[in-house]
Design a protein around this ligand. Structure first.
Ligand SMILES: Nc1ncnc2c1ncn2[C@@H]1O[C@H](COP(=O)(O)OP(=O)(O)OP(=O)(O)O)[C@@H](O)[C@H]1O
Length: 699
């Protein structure tokens, strides 16, 4: 689970049934159903609809109906739950929230009640109902229908936040429901400002698609991509709580098998690694000579001295790469080499010469050194050599940029960890050089050392874990180069539906990486441009358009902020609007009457951070984040885990998509200074708190 990933597990399928006795198949399915029901026991039923039977009144305009006609009409009760349940006579006891019969639960309004008189949201603990919140849809309730509570939504929003995101099945709002139930095909884009429920809506949409077109999406696979492993850990419970465990959840540092990282580059380096221009550098490196390989070929073959110089070898290399991925070209290269040798020597019979060439150990040895199977990660590491980076990157990047790029590769070699931006480069190179061909390279046993999922540090903490400030300092155990090359990179998996959250942050290279997994997929894409940390929006838009292809688009816009108390969001809005006037500003629905607090930051002792923490610790019962620029990270790290584990210390970039009951924002000016997206990243940090926020400023 360290990757925040749930494995795909198909329902038993027809073709598999033929391999099982029918009885076994029934037992298998019954056991699976039982496990799902056991899992969903808590809160299985969360809603009740008291509906009128429209009977003879069906289709009659409201104005033509007798006064208060609903008071005497026949009634029907419908229970709504995470899963559908039927009694022994196959009569529905609980309707699955995704079924058409449940849609009135989400779509009924007093203006358009859809036959609903009372919508009731139930909260339970074990088998006990501990809370009831009603919404009345009719102008008045029949005497026997009691109406309680102030509305389920407000009750849900004021509740304490835990460390994991919760599902919202009980309180999905009508406009959210429309995005959730939109057809699966094509590209569905969901936009909206901070806290509008984009993430949670997208996850419910994934569950809906699996319910509605299970064969297509469970067999084809659904991939959910989020910005960081902190994010995937935060949302990983939502889908299982909805009864779905067949979705693959990956962060951007986890997309390529065998590579897993949360380490971030400095902004100027991730800008180089994210732009499509970097492809030129990679192509040249992948197509160039292997560093350290022989530059000419001298050997005795069939008793003849063969001598091929660097120009001949370069020509063979170029021709071979025109028709093949590098790793697939070994055979063709051997033939080309034989032809070149024959062309220069031409002694004896051609067929004899070719046979001798085919069987020559000297040729084997040469090819092993000159045309080895290359792992795409090795190609990237070749670029740790600044001169090579200059040579391949000339005309594309400045010398300064190339030197920074080469330095970042040396940093990786020093700590044994890739960065998140490297993953898209590895994927691009992988498409270029092709998979390492089995059996061609017996010496490379170290690539097959165990899976990255098991890469735990000495204290059991996952390397490349959620806090980039922590991973920045971490060094992988053992030989760092070996750690970088661990595991084997195969062909990318393909999916039937790909859901991308925080899409505004994907670099063009990352869009291409995801696109390779989505050639035949439909998409759900979720984002907010004002929160972008990738700066060249036009290039990213072009890359994402290419990934989507010509599929039809569908756009949903969410405009209600359910996360932040209005006072907190107003503060954030006043920061972003002067600098990004077209930011998508939602309407925050919940007022607390408590404005964010500002206080001076004492840099020498950080006593102001501790003071703020003491106060907030009393005021909120749940989670608190200290959001700090990287420059203070080490000094504030001891506060991580304080107050019985309620406190996290985190850098602003890693807060994307997350939320806490309260936040402390340390030195906003420094946050703007450090982050690639400047004020946009500060805006992200300022919109993470649900109930309370303290901002500590320098000077
Ligand atoms: N209908 C709803 N009922 C209850 N809670 C909701 C509802 N819609 C959204 N929320 C809550 O609002 C909060 C924000 O939701 P979410 O994280 O999905 O927003 P977002 O638009 O992705 O935010 P951001 O872009 O700022 O990361 C979450 O706590 C979510 O559970």
């Amino acid at each position: 689970m360290s990757r925040g990933r749930t494995d795909r597990r198909g329902d038993i399928r027809d073709e598999e049934i033929t391999g099982l006795f029918e009885r076994d198949a029934l037992v298998f399915n019954a056991a699976r159903r039982q496990a799902t029901l056991d899992q969903q026991y808590e809160g299985l039923v969360f809603g009740r609809l008291d509906m009128v039977d429209l009977g003879a009144n069906r289709g009659t305009p409201a104005a033509d109906l007798p006064d208060e006609w609903w008071l005497d009409a026949d009634r029907e009760v419908r229970y709504i739950g995470r899963l559908g349940v039927r009694d022994e006579d196959y009569e529905p006891l609980v309707v699955d929230w995704r079924a058409p019969a449940a849609s009135a639960f989400y779509r009924a309004t007093p203006v358009e009640p859809m036959g609903v008189i009372r919508r009731r949201v139930l909260r339970s603990s074990g088998s006990r109902v501990i809370g009831v919140e009603d919404d009345l849809m009719a102008p008045s309730a029949p005497d026997d229908l009691v109406i309680t509570g102030d509305g389920a939504l407000m009750a849900a929003l004021t509740r304490t936040r835990g460390s994991r995101m919760r599902d919202i099945v009980a309180t999905i709002q009508r406009h959210q429901d429309e995005a959730i139930r939109a057809p699966g095909r094509g590209v569905t884009e969901i936009t909206g400002g901070p806290g509008t429920g984009k993430t949670v809506v997208a996850l419910h949409r994934a569950a809906y698609l699996l319910y509605n077109e299970r064969r297509r999406y469970e067999a084809g696979g659904v991939l959910v991509i989020g910005p960081s492993s902190a994010y995937t850990a935060y949302i990983e419970r939502v889908l299982p709580s909805l009864g779905e465990d067949s979705v693959t959840l990956r962060s951007l540092g986890d997309v390529v098998d065998a590579v897993s990282t949360g380490r971030l580059d400095r902004p100027e380096v991730s800008a180089i690694k994210g732009t499509l221009r970097v492809r030129r550098l990679l192509e040249r490196a992948a197509g160039g000579r292997v560093p350290g390989a022989p530059e000419s070929f001298r050997a005795f073959v069939g008793g003849q001295a063969i001598n091929l110089n660097v120009h001949v070898l370069d020509d063979i290399r170029r021709r071979a790469l025109r028709g093949h991925a590098r790793n697939a070209a070994a055979k063709a290269v051997r033939t080309m080499l034989a032809e070149a040798a024959w062309a220069t020597h031409r002694i004896g019979e051609r067929a004899d010469f070719f046979e001798a060439f085919e069987q020559s150990m000297a040729v084997d040895d040469f090819l092993e050194a000159w045309w080895p199977q290359v792992d795409p990660r090795e190609v990237l590491l070749w670029l740790a050599d600044t001169d090579l980076a200059y040579r391949h990157g000339r005309g594309v990047f400045t010398d300064g940029e190339l030197a920074a790029f080469a330095q970042s590769m040396r940093d990786a070699l020093a700590c044994g960890q890739w960065t998140v931006a490297d993953v898209a480069l590895i994927d691009a190179l992988s498409a270029h050089v092709g998979p390492v061909q089995e059996g061609q390279d017996e010496d490379r046993g170290f690539y097959e050392i165990d899976e990255l999922d098991d890469r735990l540090g000495p204290d059991g903490a996952r390397l490349g874990g959620p806090l980039s400030m922590r991973t920045g300092a971490a060094v992988a155990p053992g030989d760092p180069r070996e750690a970088l090359l661990r595991g084997q990179i195969g062909k990318p998996a393909e999916y039937a539906h790909v859901l991308v959250d925080e899409a505004q942050d994907l670099s063009p290279m990352q869009w291409r990486m995801i696109g390779r997994r989505a050639e035949y997929a439909s998409w759900t894409v979720v984002g907010d441009a004002a929160q972008a940390s990738w700066t060249d929006a036009a290039e990213a838009v072009a890359a994402r358009e290419e990934a989507f292809g010509s599929q039809p688009r569908r756009l949903f816009h969410l405009d209600t902020n359910y996360r932040n108390a209005r006072e907190i969001f107003d503060y954030a809005r006043d920061v972003i609007l002067p600098l990004v006037p077209d930011a998508d500003i939602p309407n925050a629905v919940r007022e607390t009457g408590i404005a964010p607090t500002e206080a001076p930051l004492s840099l020498d002792t950080f006593v102001s951070v501790r003071d703020a923490l003491d106060v907030l610790g009393e005021q909120v019962a749940g989670s608190i984040a200290i959001i700090t620029p990287m420059r203070y990270a080490d000094r504030l790290a001891p506060l991580d885990g304080a107050l019985d584990g309620r406190v996290v210390v985190i850098d602003p970039m890693s807060t994307k998509g997350l939320e806490w009951d309260a936040t402390i924002i340390v030195d906003p000016e420094a946050i703007i200074d450090e982050a690639p997206g400047g004020v946009r990243v500060l805006y992200v940090a300022l919109t993470r708190a649900a109930h309370r926020m303290t901002v500590l400023r320098r000077g």
